[in-house]
Ligand binder design. Structure first.
Ligand code: CMP
Length: 142
């Protein structure tokens, strides 16, 4: 059964442009509830570790550089079938392909600077939430 939690990051482009409030409002209007939130600037080591799965990809260096370029905002969100619901709400990786009304259509510039991250599976949501929120009830009891 699909889980009720997922992890998102409002990335440095959107956070730095002052769009965090609008993005959170959009997600809350779609029924997501915030279970944990923080602001931080990721270190190169943290970003490298978080995106470990993409290490062999040609955009890995660019991705780590971008994610460490400024503050970001990780959040744990709750909703039925959260992983799939959040991926629908944020839209395609490339904003040019994102559906109208999605976070990336509204706020992303490009495939690289794409405003927001969302976990792609329940297992990764748990792993990614633990990465940012060791103290979060969901990740410690689950
Ligand atoms: P995200 O959901 O954070 O997961 C991996 C990220 O890699 C993705 O969003 C994009 O920001 C980034 N990414 C994927 N493809 C490319 C690409 N072709 N060029 C630059 N960045 C990319």
């Amino acid at each position: 059964m699909a889980g009720n939690y997922t992890l998102t990051i409002i990335k440095p482009d959107a956070f730095g442009a002052g769009k965090a409030g609008k993005i959170i409002a959009l997600l809350e209007e779609k029924g997501f509830r915030i279970r944990a939130a923080r602001t931080m600037r990721m270190s190169t080591e943290q970003a490298g570790h978080f995106y470990e799965v993409h290490r062999a990809r040609p955009f890995y260096g660019e991705l780590v550089e971008f994610m460490t370029s400024g503050a970001c905002m990780p959040l744990v969100l709750e909703k039925a079938d959260a992983v799939s619901a959040l991926r629908d709400a944020i839209g395609a990786t490339d904003p040019a392909d994102a559906a109208a009304g999605t976070v990336r259509k509204l706020y992303a510039e490009s495939k690289g600077r794409n405003a927001i991250h969302a976990s792609d599976s329940d297992d990764n949501a748990a792993r990614e939430a633990r990465f940012f929120f060791a103290e979060c009830e969901w990740v410690t009891v689950g």
